[in-house]
Ligand binder design. Sequence first.
Ligand SMILES: NC(=O)c1ccc[n+]([C@@H]2O[C@H](COP(=O)([O-])OP(=O)(O)OC[C@H]3O[C@@H](n4cnc5c(N)ncnc54)[C@H](OP(=O)(O)O)[C@@H]3O)[C@@H](O)[C@H]2O)c1
Length: 247
Amino acid sequence: MKIVIITGSSRGLGASAAIECSRKGMGVVVTYNSSPDKAGEVVKEIAQSGGKAVALKLDVGNTGSFPAFRDAVAADLQSVFGRSDFDYLVNNAGYGLFNPITTVTEEQFDGLFNVHLKGPFFLTQILLPLMADGGQIINVTSATTRVATAGVAPYAAFKGGLEVLTRYMAKEFGGRGIRANSIAPGAIRTELGGGLNDEFESILAGQTALGRVGEPADVGGVVASLLSNDNCWINAQNIEVAGGYII
Ligand SMILES: NC(=O)c1ccc[n+]([C@@H]2O[C@H](COP(=O)([O-])OP(=O)(O)OC[C@H]3O[C@@H](n4cnc5c(N)ncnc54)[C@H](OP(=O)(O)O)[C@@H]3O)[C@@H](O)[C@H]2O)c1
């Protein structure tokens, strides 16, 4: 059984990715920060459909917590999955914040930086020794790296950094057969940044070739599929998953 760690999989895209990966036969390490109950529901849903999952707490914005997280992962790999390594890491955890450049505070900037760029960097670094050769890293970025959307500048800038980092991961880890790709969702109906209101949703749907905003499963299915061997030659790419947003 292949094993995937998906950060921020208590809700939203990550939860959908966890369920879709389980459907494809993977064991899943779900992580949560402030929603242990929701993470528990994801684990339960996977178990009820015959899959295997475990939930661990992780604050991606706190690198000081990473050694303990790595140790907890190692312990659960052994006790739950009977393995000493895992196969795939999906750096998905994140949050949205709307504030124009003129009023962004240093604290807001640092918070977004820690979760969207520094966290994925050092989490990948610390988990890499536990990752099996031939594995894969998927970093979740955003269509806002291509289309400038007023009010999300630091978020988009750090997601852009994560896209660049993805190519460097592919370069430096390729010798071990580890692929690294990023996916860039467009607007997806989740609780990110407080969720979508009707007016915003209809604007976004009108800007999308397929005429609607995305649902979490539209992205979760892509994560599961990208991890499969069918896509083994896709490497160092950023794949927009946005239904044709502003094309
Ligand atoms: N929804 C969109 O339109 C959209 C578009 C482009 C990109 N994205 C990206 O997709 C990813 C998932 O977003 P989503 O839409 O699924 O958002 P969401 O529904 O708000 O879920 C966010 C997830 O990230 C976790 N999380 C938040 N802060 C965290 C932290 N400091 N440490 C660890 N986990 C943390 C949350 O965990 P807890 O609930 O347990 O705290 C939750 O599981 C994010 O990276 C986001 O930037 C989303």
